[in-house]
Design a protein around this ligand. Structure first.
Ligand code: ATP
Ligand code: MG
Length: 456
């Protein structure tokens, strides 16, 4: 089995070799190369101590931020290569960080500290593959398996639980049963991991194609990092639109947006408020009145804890609050949607609504899909017409109203919004003179002066 190493990697390995040290490409890059994927970055491990590594590359720029852990970052042709001394990790006191690392001179010891067999392989251009834990066989079989005893490896570092799920999701792999059992049993260890690290892994997990099924099969770790989701587990819906319980529906909906972390998060959280809003009517049918607003609250808490960036957070919360709002697609309802959300989010909302529908009862699906297709057709039609959705598109501006003698202030804003409402609802055409003529009437009518989200 030979792996095509980039020239720079070969020259680093050769340089260290010429100085009497061992050096190998290691970890994720070997795994990805064996899978026929192009590795994002190439890591190298070596028997040389960090100072010895630096002495081998006197001409090169070297960053030493990772020195404590034995890592130097060597810059070659503008690209960074992490070169890490063989090491074992000391005891872990907080289920996340080793108390200290110990440099060792044996590659096998270094590979043994790595998390999964598929990540514990090293490759040398002449000596070939070093694979003491059967990583290559697991790669071919599509299996994520801990190096060593799974429970102990997760005790050392709880983040590995999510890393394992992320690799399984990304490559469509199965999780080896003992590793899987430990993922479930040790899930609480994730409480020792920071929100930022969890969020990075969660997004990576949702970016993979296996996320929906893995959420169904391994719900414990997700419940541990988002306890607000636990009430969804096994929560019945008692509703003819639904064929799964709330968590089952959620997982299937996530599966529908596989590969897109933003929409994955949206679907994961979109019904989180359902258990709090559950009621049954006189016929025993289940309802979840007001659940989108509850879901928004829960999602908002979770995303804040994870330090999600504001833009993604706003998009996710908007989509959740709208996921169940438009039931009938008409020019008017789609216009309203566009006016509130803007084109980009309106398009995302359609993907959310499709994913939601696809994860509901097959009996009512064809009708829902037809409605959504009609909605999308209208969306395109309106966009093609270059229709007016925001104050920016309105044929009259604040300046026009000022010229008519409106005092600057809330009244002027309210008048503009009343005009926009009329245009969005197609009560008036978006024509300057018509709008100006209509102004006195709108005021008399006392049209609702909504506080409009101005869209983009
Ligand atoms: P990715 O494709 O996400 O970069 P990767 O396997 O390269 O995956 P990195 O975080 O870049 O992941 O880590 C590089 C290597 O370091 C891994 O392949 C693994 O051998 C080892 N490693 C990383 N994190 C851990 C951990 N928490 N516990 C044990 N080994 C780890
Ligand atoms: Mg990597």
């Amino acid at each position: 089995m030979s792996i095509p190493l980039p020239e720079n990697v070969i020259s680093i390995i050769d340089r260290l070799g010429a100085a009497g040290y061992e050096a190998y490409a290691v970890g994720g890059c070997v795994r990805d190369a064996l899978l026929g994927r192009t590795p994002e970055d190439w890591d190298i491990c070596t028997s040389a101590l960090p100072q010895e590594v630096m002495a081998c590359f006197p001409q090169c720029k070297i960053h030493t931020v990772g020195l404590k852990h034995g890592t130097v970052l060597l810059m070659l042709d503008g690209q960074g290569y992490e070169i890490t001394t063989y090491r074992t990790d000391g005891p872990y006191h907080d289920h996340r960080h080793p108390d200290g690392v110990q440099f060792v001179r044996s590659l096998e010891e270094d590979l043994a500290r790595r998390d999964f067999t598929i990540n514990a392989m090293a490759y040398h251009p002449v000596r070939g593959l070093v694979d003491p834990f059967g990583g290559q066989a697991d790669l071919s079989a599509g299996v994520v398996r801990c190096v060593g005893e799974p429970a102990r490896r997760f005790q050392e570092d709880g983040l590995r639980i999510l890393r394992g799920l992320r690799f399984a999701s990304r490559y469509g792999f199965q999780i080896e049963p003992e590793t899987g059992a430990a993922i479930r049993q040790q899930a609480e260890l994730l409480q020792f991991v920071s929100g930022e690290r969890i969020f990075t892994e969660l997004k990576g997990f949702l970016a993979g194609k296996g996320a929906g099924q893995l959420l169904l099969d391994y719900r414990e770790p997700f419940g541990a990092v988002m306890p607000e989701l636990v009430p969804m587990f096994d929560h019945p819906q008692h509703n003819p639109h639904h064929c799964y319980d709330v968590w089952g529906h959620t997982c299937h909906a996530v599966g529908q947006v596989a590969g897109d972390p933003l929409l994955g998060l949206t679907m994961l959280l979109h019904d989180a408020g359902k258990p709090r809003c559950f009621s049954r009517d006189e016929n025993g049918v289940g309802h979840f009145h007001g659940h989108p607003a509850e879901s928004v609250k829960i999602a908002s808490d979770i995303l804040a804890r994870f330090h999600c960036d504001n833009r993604s957070r706003d998009t996710i919360l908007t989509l959740i609050s709208w996921h169940d709002r438009v039931r009938v697609f008409t020019r008017r309802s789609v216009r309203r949607m566009l006016a509130s959300l803007g084109e980009e989010n309106a398009r995302l909302l359609f993907r959310v609504m499709y994913a939601d529908a696809m994860a509901q009862s097959p009996a009512t699906l064809p009708q829902k899909l037809e409605g959504l297709a009609e909605g999308e057709r209208i969306l395109e039609e309106l966009l093609a017409e270059d229709a007016c959705f925001t104050l920016k598109d309105l044929a009259v501006s604040g300046k026009d109203l000022l010229a008519l003698g409106y005092p600057a202030g809330p009244e002027l804003g309210a008048a503009l919004n009343a005009l926009l409402d009329a245009v969005v609802e197609e009560r008036l055409p978006n024509q300057r003179q018509v709008l100006l003529d209509a102004l006195p009437m709108l005021e008399q009518d006392g049209q609702p002066h909504r506080n409009r989200n101005k869209g983009q």
